[in-house]
Design a protein around this ligand. Structure first.
Ligand SMILES: Cc1cc2nc3c(=O)[nH]c(=O)nc-3n(C[C@H](O)[C@H](O)[C@H](O)COP(=O)(O)OP(=O)(O)OC[C@H]3O[C@@H](n4cnc5c(N)ncnc54)[C@H](O)[C@@H]3O)c2cc1C
Ligand SMILES: Cc1cc2nc3c(=O)[nH]c(=O)nc-3n(C[C@H](O)[C@H](O)[C@H](O)COP(=O)(O)O)c2cc1C
Ligand code: SF4
Length: 653
């Protein structure tokens, strides 16, 4: 066995888990949809079949005030309990256990009815919460307990009490949000009464043989959050109140230190779980950025935790656990921590899915059935769109040939993988290359197919991607001008002063690449903790380039970046003194730099090197009967769309 600690059973007293893998809670957005239960049942069943020992559902509120948004995602009535039955049933049939997460949003809810220990507004929510009366507090605790009893009736094996990430339970714990002078505020003993009472009454309501996971904030990462020794005290207190398992959560949502983004190295917070494991006797779960079996195994082998929580890793690959058990590391589709199709979807009202696995969250809709009429299919282009299409089409039983004109598969992912934090894009390429090999795809590298080559195919899929666009600025063909391609492939070494034309995702990535390449902060937990000021005062930046970023539009800087990750990029560039100018009119580029007009003033942006990141155009010189990804539409292109289009087309061919 390659991962012996990961696949050791765990004894809970009244139940035994077959391995140490917990699927972390993810609110999918399906919770409040009319067809949500059916889709959730399929979503969780697929992960249960894939070998996760214990699944935690996304958060459901135990009462009305605790809903996360105006859409009801509540578990508080007998009707809710009856409606949920298919979910635990499907998971049990697939051989796993499942607990329902009870999450009261407190001041984080996006609606008018929110309540909190004190009327203190969150910096990330426009709504002011109402201060809870003592009677409301008592009622809310009872609501948790009642929801747990209803969860038991629905067939769930337990509940997880969400006591982290800055939601209601945490709001009681921290002085930052709890200004009360009654029995629920003041001393730590008073502030943790809400948490311990929830666990105690939940235990009383749901019985002894019911799993109660308490998700503890192992690190608050905000001012006036709990200190390390207080967190340990909370852990001990919820253990004494009757919790079965202590899961960990990292950082409040309003923390300005990344906790799940690509800037966070794998397994970066296992040390915080270790601190709790040393203080309690119940099993402790490590969480965040555990996306590969060797990372999970190392955490368990070191004794940092008794279990590992994998949330997004389970979106990327529902069969993560069974593949790891079989030692099939190369067969695991690795989560690249982009948040683009999962967490970011929450903010645009779409169900969570996954960039590298578009079927996630679409289990009942995107179905890859075995074909009854095998076709010869040519896929031209081996970027994300082509890889996704070729893999799914071949797995359905078609005879697929993939033409790639360069020497390697991956398309633009080969550029992305050199950006600090995006190293894992390289893993994605390796994974898809392996998947194509296993599915028997005929891969033809260094070849742009001719009309004659393509004649023998029944279907021709064009996935030839994009070409960088060169804006019509006088001097753009000068010796000091380079494209992002030149810089990221190392063909051009920029000078000390750099101007970047264009502030989309690629412009930001190029700036980050120039400033942070060679840094260990996205790779090594210790370097990360120092970089972000967790373990010591954040180090002063010593940028090797003076960078000015320019854009024509007046929209906010970085507005096209991910909703949950853009701020990390902006913070990193700000720390390195990157200057940003918008509303720019480009007049000319000459050896001195870029001459612009901004705010009605003419000025020179001095630059030894000008890097053009000004958009892309579709590359579609070859004709076929299907066009996907960048070849179809270059504007607002990302891998999410490219992979989804590839998969959707493959499902229909
Ligand atoms: C620095 C950088 C960072 C990025 N970061 C992200 C990110 O964080 N998230 C995200 O979603 N997206 C990101 N992207 C964008 C993402 O990589 C693209 O959206 C995606 O690669 C587009 O996929 P595609 O398959 O349509 O095209 P491409 O990736 O461009 O692939 C097209 C492929 O077709 C091949 N080809 C072209 N012509 C022919 C021909 N005639 N015959 C055979 N083969 C041909 C090319 O060589 C290439 O391999 C990033 C891009 C860059 C450059
Ligand atoms: C789409 C999405 C929804 C989430 N919803 C919840 C939630 O409802 N409750 C919760 O405790 N954590 C939630 N989380 C946080 C995860 O449980 C987990 O802590 C986080 O994703 C980091 O772990 P990972 O790197 O294994 O994904 C969510 C995460 C994602 C990506
Ligand atoms: S969308 Fe990105 S972060 Fe979310 S699960 Fe998929 S790969 Fe991971």
């Amino acid at each position: 066995m390659q991962y012996p600690h990961l696949f050791r059973p765990l004894e809970l007293g009244f139940a035994t888990l077959p391995n140490r893998i917990l699927m972390g809670s993810m609110h999918t957005g399906l919770e409040s949809r009319p067809d949500g239960i059916e889709r959730l049942a399929a979503f969780y069943a697929e992960r249960a079949k894939g070998g996760a020992a214990l699944i935690v559902t996304g958060g459901f509120s135990p009462n009305d005030a605790g809903n996360l948004s105006a859409h009801r995602a509540e578990f508080s009535t007998a009707e809710d309990s009856a409606a949920h039955r298919p979910v635990p049933r499907a998971v049990h049939e697939a051989g796993a256990r499942i607990v329902l997460q009870l999450l009261h949003s407190g001041r984080y809810g996006f609606h008018e009815r929110i309540v909190a220990p004190s009327a203190v507004k969150s910096p990330i929510n426009p709504h002011l919460p109402r201060e809870m009366t003592p009677a409301q507090i008592e009622q809310t605790i009872d609501d948790f307990a009642r929801a747990a009893a209803l969860a038991r009736e629905a067939g769930y094996d337990g509940v997880e009490v969400m006591g982290s990430e800055g939601y209601l339970v945490t709001q009681f714990l921290a002085l930052r949000t709890n200004r009360r002078a009654d029995d629920w505020g003041g001393s730590l003993e008073n502030r943790m009464r809400f948490a311990t009472e929830v666990v105690r009454r939940t235990r009383a309501a749901a019985g002894r043989d019911f799993i109660i996971v308490y998700r503890i904030s192992a690190l608050d990462l905000v001012e006036q959050g709990l200190a390390a020794e207080e967190i340990v005290q909370v852990g001990r207190a919820v253990e004494a109140a009757g919790a079965t398992i202590l899961n960990t959560g990292i950082g409040w949502h309003e923390a300005r230190i990344p906790t799940i983004a690509q800037a966070v190295p794998r397994g970066a917070f296992a040390w915080a779980a270790r601190r709790l494991k040393q203080a309690v006797r119940i099993p402790v779960v490590a969480s965040n950025r555990i996306n590969a079996p060797e990372v999970a195994e190392a955490i368990l082998a070191r004794g940092d935790a008794d279990m590992v929580s994998l949330a997004r890793a389970m979106l990327a690959d529902p069969d993560f656990a069974s593949k790891a058990k079989a030692g099939d590391r190369a067969g695991i589709n690795i989560c690249i921590a982009c948040n683009q199709a999962c967490l970011d979807h929450y903010f645009i009202g779409q169900p969570a899915s996954c960039v590298v696995n578009p079927r996630a969250g679409r289990e009942t809709k995107l179905v890859f059935s075995r074909t009854r009429s095998k076709k010869r299919i040519a896929v031209v282009g081996g970027g994300p769109a082509g890889l996704s299409c070729a893999a799914h089409a071949a797995e359905r039983g078609h005879a697929v040939t993939l033409y790639e004109k360069s020497a390697e598969l991956g398309g633009q992912f080969n550029l992305a993988k050199v950006i600090p934090g995006k190293q894992e894009f390289g893993e994605s390429i390796d994974y898809f290359a392996e998947r194509l090999r296993r599915a028997g795809v005929d891969i033809v590298l260094r070849t742009s197919p001719t009309d004659a080559d393509l004649k023998r195919f029944d279907e021709i899929v064009i996935a030839t991607g994009v070409d960088p666009r060169t804006p019509p600025i006088p001097g753009v063909d000068g010796a000091n001008v380079a494209s992002y391609l030149d810089v990221l492939t190392g063909r051009v070494q920029p000078g000390r002063n750099v101007a970047i034309i264009g502030m989309g995702g690629i412009g930001f990535d190029v700036a980050l690449y120039l400033l942070e390449r060679g840094s260990r902060a996205t790779l090594d937990p210790e370097a990360f903790a120092a970089h972000w000021g967790i373990s010591e005062k954040a180090r002063e930046a010593n940028p090797r380039h003076h960078i000015t970023m320019l854009k024509r539009s007046h929209t906010p800087f970085g507005h096209t970046l991910g909703r949950t990750t853009g701020w990390v990029h902006r913070a990193e560039l700000a720390r390195n003194g990157v200057r940003m100018i918008k509303g720019v009119e480009y007049r000319e580029i000459d050896p001195a730099g870029v001459h612009i007009t901004a705010d009605g003033k003419e000025m020179l942006v001095p630059a030894d090197t000008v890097v053009v990141c000004a958009g892309q155009d579709p590359r579609n010189e070859i004709k076929g009967n299907h066009v996907i990804g960048g070849a179809k539409e270059a504007s607002e292109l990302d891998a999410k769309r490219a992979m989804l289009e590839g998969a959707e087309l493959a499902a229909q061919l």
